[in-house]
Design a protein around this ligand. Structure first.
Ligand code: FMN
Ligand code: FE2
Ligand code: FE2
Length: 388
């Protein structure tokens, strides 16, 4: 197997949504059998030339198969060019991926061979085997197994947005954090699918997991155990607090609540929304038991940054079990109802909000102590804090 993908050190935004503080990579792999040559994935269209150069460097003059595990353009952007350069190449993809490739990239259907779960394609001394893994994170996704080398090509599944010159995930501390963030942003909304495919992967003999973003795992248990934990129902004794404050009232409430929670032995992760990195918030949501949104009332509703945060929390669908709202208003509005409605879709335990008029006084701070007590009681109920 040869790595022929490209590192994108400078990419800073993905899907026009996700900040990439560590860049990313679009991994592609070349497999030469005795009779046939296969390319696993292509790269983002912006890096097409680099892929071609990597193939030239290896003296590749023929490609028989191009495996598209997933139709998203960061992996298939260069597919039309590859099909032009290698007119005899056939794309191997799931039925759903075939449909999406014809729609998104106008790949002619006759150039795509749909493969089924468990199907094998022989390269001569090497075999590609395909396993359908839908919904990590699109309906089309599959993984490709190379039994002779015990490599699993997992595409987005188990990947990380990390530009690094390390081929292997040797720096496990860094890779753990970036893979967790990647899981949070991309896979968490499909937690049950991400979990269900783990058993399949573990049932194969795998020495290497080669995703399409970030380094290759030469110790597969590292990432499989991490996914086992992240996708489990277990929550941690933590409260994530995305908040915004224009003139300091909500800020004071957040600061006070943080102290009150810390005094009760609960870990807090406050995020001041206008300056926060949504990827960090997503990662914190992977295992926090509770989320509290802090916002003032602006133009009769929640601050737009808080609406965005509530919407994001709801869309990412973390395993969070409990939520509340805190903040301040001057004369009136529908802030609490508006945010409750967005968060309501998650079927969480809602602890009574503390929504006060103006700057918090003594009685308001007492209400925040009561909120901290109520959150602690919930965490006891969830079995993550010992009962007294
Ligand atoms: C631009 C702006 C719009 C506001 N709109 C409302 C409103 O529609 N209803 C309301 O009750 N208060 C409104 N307020 C008052 C704030 O909600 C109030 O001052 C609150 O205490 C601010 O909290 P903060 O210091 O955390 O920003 C508005 C304040 C600003 C600056
Ligand atoms: Fe994707
Ligand atoms: Fe991707």
């Amino acid at each position: 197997m040869h790595a022929v993908g490209v590192i994108d050190w400078d990419r800073r935004l993905f899907d026009a949504l996700i900040p990439l503080p560590h860049g990313t990579s679009y991994n592609a792999y070349l497999i030469r059998g005795d009779e046939k040559t296969a390319l696993i994935e292509t790269v983002d269209i912006t890096k097409e030339e680099d892929l071609v150069r990597n193939l030239i460097a290896l003296g590749v003059d023929r490609i028989d198969y191009i495996v598209a595990n997933h139709a998203e353009q960061d992996h298939t952007g260069s597919l039309p060019m590859m099909l032009e350069l290698f007119p005899n190449a056939t794309v191997l993809a799931s039925e759903k991926c075939k449909e999406l490739l014809t729609l998104l990239l106008q790949v002619p259907a006759e150039r795509i061979q749909a493969v089924k779960d468990g199907e094998q394609v022989a390269l001569g001394g090497k075999t590609l085997q395909f396993f359908m893994t839908p919904w990590v994170h699109w309906p089309d996704t599959m993984v490709t197994y190379l039994p002779e080398e015990k490599i699993l090509f997992s595409c987005d599944y188990l990947g990380s947005h990390l530009a690094t010159s390390d081929l292997f995930a040797t720096d496990e501390v860094t890779v753990y954090e970036t893979a967790k963030r990647y899981y949070a942003e991309i896979m968490m909304p499909f937690r049950s699918s991400a979990r269900s495919h783990l058993a399949r992967v573990r049932s194969l003999q795998v020495d290497f997991i080669a995703p399409s973003h970030g380094p290759v795992y030469n110790r597969p248990a590292f990432i499989l155990d991490a996914y086992e934990d992240w996708t489990s129902d277990a929550v941690k004794n933590e409260v994530v607090i995305p908040y915004v404050s224009m003139h300091g009232s909500t800020q004071k409430m957040v600061d006070y609540l943080c102290g009150a929670l810390i005094r009760r032995g609960i870990r807090v992760k406050p995020y001041n929304l206008p300056y926060a990195d949504v990827g960090e918030i997503a990662r914190a949501l992977v295992d926090a038991a509770t989320v509290v949104i802090g916002t003032p009332t602006v133009l009769f509703g929640a601050h737009p940054a808080a609406v965005y945060a509530a919407y994001l929390v709801s869309a990412l669908h973390p395993k969070t079990r409990c939520a509340s709202i805190i903040g301040s208003y001057g004369w009136g509005g529908t802030t609490v109802n508006q945010l409750s409605e967005i968060l309501g879709k998650m079927h969480l335990d809602i602890v009574d909000p503390v929504f006060i008029k103006g700057y918090p006084g003594e009685a308001d701070l007492t209400a925040l102590d009561q909120l901290a007590d109520a959150i602690l009681a919930k965490h006891r109920e969830y079995g993550i804090v010992a009962s007294q």
